[in-house]
Design a protein around this ligand. Structure first.
Ligand code: RIB
Length: 332
């Protein structure tokens, strides 16, 4: 049976709704134009780089595909444009096993990202939001209406903040666990954080949200920032620390409970979407009710594997690869 939702004319198979482990990713989808460069050009300068490569990306789509490849039951809610890119963007989600019944279109251009990748694997990104900018609150609320207690909502900040805020609050009220990846970095009002079950900033996002100038560099600082963010309203904060791993702080009676999960040393080819992979993997682990320490380890491993390959969705590992990667490490 099909249910008509208020998200435009979109229809979703009703039979799928009501699974306790549904992961709804509400967010962006982009075409990434990626070029490897020896260094960043200065203003007015032209430099040579490697051949341009096109990948499907966008933090929302990356996280949805990451979760689906790792075995999650994933639905993506977002918008492509009406341009020639739309078909390719949709196909990539579908081919990764993501349910696209809440993927809509907005007149005009799809989202795009120009990404320069340095020899270190670090990148710089220039975003053109396109249709992502037209994912409005009504659309987001309609998508969340389909969720049941126990489901998960995963959001990022490449769609309008009022949409993210409305969806998080609606989900929270329905007993749905919420994950917010606060990327790209921006300041967030406390009222947004109050609806977040798991806040997953990286080192610079954690510092910005906690009102600090310098990025977080070591676990001691991560703990300090995480505690501040708990005070600002999030129920649990997970600071992603790259190769160092991650630190989780959760509200508890008395002192916050702190858990650290070590990272993995790998050869970095391209760090694009490492954070997205972490979030997708975390959502899967939570949807499977994995113990939190194991969930963090699983997410660290998936993120580590993603940086060993080029691109965003093209770099995502599948479940078997992550399990295999973790097996020898467990005996250390
Ligand atoms: O997190 C990586 C993503 O950020 C890229 O895929 C790009 O589209 C930007 O949204």
């Amino acid at each position: 049976m099909l249910a008509r939702s208020r998200s435009g004319d979109l229809q979703c198979p009703q039979a799928v709704f009501g699974f306790a482990d549904m992961i709804l990713v509400l967010g962006s989808i982009n075409l990434d134009l990626v070029q490897r460069v020896p260094r960043l050009p200065r203003p007015g300068e032209t430099i040579g780089g490697e051949d341009l490569r096109l990948f499907v990306g966008g933090k929302g789509a990356n996280q949805a595909c990451a979760a689906a490849r790792l075995g999650g039951q994933v639905r993506f809610a977002g918008k492509t444009g009406t341009d020639a890119l739309a078909l390719r963007l949709r196909a990539e989600l579908r081919d990764s096993g993501v349910d696209c019944c809440l993927l809509s279109q907005a007149d005009g251009a799809s989202g795009t990202a120009i990404i320069l990748v340095l020899p270190s694997g670090e990148n710089v990104i220039v975003l053109a939001p396109g249709a992502n900018g037209r994912v409005d609150a009504e659309f987001g609320l309609a998508a969340v209406e389909q969720l049941a207690p126990g489901d998960l909502l995963l959001c990022q900040l490449e769609i309008p903040l009022e949409t993210v805020s409305a969806a998080l609050h609606a989900a929270h009220q329905r007993g749905v666990r919420t994950i917010l990846d606060p990327a790209p970095a921006r300041n967030l009002p406390g009222e947004v954080l109050e609806a977040v079950s798991f806040l997953t900033p990286n080192q610079s996002e954690a510092a910005l949200l906690a009102g600090r100038q310098r990025p977080v560099e070591h676990m001691g600082e991560a703990e300090e920032m995480a505690k501040l963010l708990l005070q600002r309203g999030a129920a649990t904060v997970i600071v992603k620390m790259g190769a160092q791993g991650c630190l989780m702080a959760s509200k508890a009676s008395g002192q916050p409970a702190i858990t650290i999960a070590s990272g993995f040393a790998v050869e970095v080819v391209d760090s694009t979407a490492a954070g997205d992979t972490f979030n997708g993997a975390l959502a899967v682990a939570l949807s499977e009710q994995q113990p939190l320490q194991r969930a963090l380890r699983f997410a660290n491993a998936a993120a580590a594997l993603s940086v060993t390959r080029a691109g965003a969705i093209s770099a995502l590992p599948d479940r078997e690869q992550v399990e295999r990667f973790l097996t020898p490490q467990q005996s250390r």
